[in-house]
Design a protein around this ligand. Structure first.
Ligand code: SF4
Ligand code: SF4
Length: 428
């Protein structure tokens, strides 16, 4: 991707996608302002993060144009909202996957016409983006693949299906052997659904290539995560979070290359003892509900208060990249099973029991030498709010201070949250 100097007029493309241009303009004005306020004035930011400045500038421009060109060449794009839809299977059929989770308070009026006000902001936002016609990614999706994770999403997909092609994967809610068998079957159904969509047949070779590409992307993110163990930390939590958020929709090969470059830079910084925050700055592990672009609220508050986020046990964090699909080539059947098993290993609060997540949080807090844990949940998110009691107990047992934050996408509570976070950092 070259950093074009002549501005490109993307309006005809947005018009073709039937976006509401007026509302879309408002969104495109709001995101850069927010981005600037969160990212611009960071000290000693890694140079490689300029790539992400560019990606964010082009969030509804160049990347959407790439999807548009890809589809015009006869290919398919699949939109997803959750980690449980295996990107490897989609890519192995020659299609591309884009993450659709929406992290902004936009289109709520439209969403609230069809769903209760007290719905989690993430669901309201994705429905609002679709109904208000402001999201080019959903409009570029030939099929949206949902999953039966939480109840809110399950029911929202029925409403979304009235205005979009949607197919829902049934995710078991437990992880017993019979659930594993069930999920493997469900992934096989995904294979036939994507085959119908694309007209392409997956082979051992195409799946091996896709597994390797997606693993490479995750390995690059693992390198960034590893570098964050250092004190001083070589990259801010805001920037590390942004990298994972972008991983959901950027071109896989380009993203991997750019993130590996950033990882090289971070490893040099670690060797030289350089960082973005002073040595000894209070280190925070954030856990909880996913943070979709442009939701940077908690990280921004923590880091402007003098702390530094060193790791995220989130779907936009370690849950996205910390495990890989085995790359050993066997039969196609064995490879599909390996893909299914990797995904069922993710510890989302939609599972019961979900001890694995509490174990992950404590293990990560220790490995990244966190002074405290911030457990963040979106309002009306029952799975994560309920589970937060168990996370708190696990933190108490491990002797790690813990702060619960419940919030939404608005900025109204920033002052109050900042006061609580400052007091928490002070106490550590
Ligand atoms: S929190 Fe659970 S339901 Fe939400 S994106 Fe992550 S895995 Fe999916
Ligand atoms: S944040 Fe919670 S309620 Fe919202 S979609 Fe995710 S799991 Fe469901």
């Amino acid at each position: 991707m070259s950093d074009a100097t002549t501005p490109v007029d993307y309006r005809p493309m947005w018009e073709d996608l039937n976006l509401d241009l007026e509302m879309h303009d408002a969104l495109l004005t709001a995101i850069p302002q927010l981005y600037k306020s969160v990212f611009a004035r960071q000290q000693n930011r890694p140079e490689g993060m300029q790539y992400f400045d560019f990606v964010m500038r082009e969030i509804h421009g160049l990347r959407v144009k790439e999807l548009d060109d890809f589809r015009k060449a006869g290919n398919k794009v699949v939109g997803v909202f959750c980690l449980y839809v295996p990107e490897e299977i989609v890519r192995a059929h020659g299609a591309w996957c884009v993450g659709l989770c929406a992290g902004a308070e936009f289109g709520y009026d439209e969403a609230e016409r069809v769903m209760p006000r007290n719905t989690c902001p993430l669901i309201k936002s994705f429905m609002g983006f679709k109904l208000a016609r402001v999201c080019p990614y959903v409009e570029e999706s030939d099929l949206v693949i949902g999953e039966t994770t939480c109840d809110g999403k399950k029911k929202a997909y029925e409403l979304l299906a009235e205005v979009q092609d949607v197919w829902v994967m049934e995710l078991p809610q437990m992880k017993r052997e019979k659930d594993k068998r069930f999920w493997r079957d469900e992934v096989r159904e995904l294979v036939s659904r994507v085959q119908d969509l694309t007209g392409n047949t997956m082979t051992v070779e195409s799946l091996s290539t896709a597994v390797k590409e997606v693993n490479d992307k995750r390995r690059a993110l693992q390198r960034i995560a590893e570098a964050r163990k250092a004190d001083p930390v070589p990259i801010s939590g805001r920037d590390a979070l942004l990298a994972v958020q972008v991983a959901f929709y950027d071109d896989v090969g380009r993203f991997t290359e750019m993130v590996n470059k950033i990882a090289d830079e971070l490893e040099e910084r670690v060797a030289a003892g350089e960082g973005v925050a002073p040595r000894g700055a209070k280190r925070i592990l954030v856990t909880g509900t996913p943070m979709a672009v442009p939701n940077w609220k908690v990280h921004d508050i923590v880091e402007k208060a003098g702390g530094v986020v060193v790791q995220e046990e989130l779907c936009t964090g370690s849950r996205y990249f910390d495990t890989l699909v085995p790359e050993s080539n066997g039969s196609l059947d064995a490879m599909i099973d390996a893909v299914a098993d990797k995904y069922l290993g993710i510890n989302c609060a939609c599972f019961t029991p979900n001890q694995g997540r509490c174990d992950d949080v404590i293990r990560m807090a220790k490995d990244w030498n966190a002074n405290g844990i911030i457990d963040y949940s979106l309002q009306f998110c029952d799975p994560y709010q309920m589970e937060s009691t168990l996370v708190e107990r696990a933190a108490q047992d491990a002797g790690i201070p813990h702060l619960k934050i419940e919030t939404d996408y608005s900025m109204e509570d920033v002052g109050q949250l900042s006061t609580r976070v400052e007091a928490f950092l002070e106490m550590l």
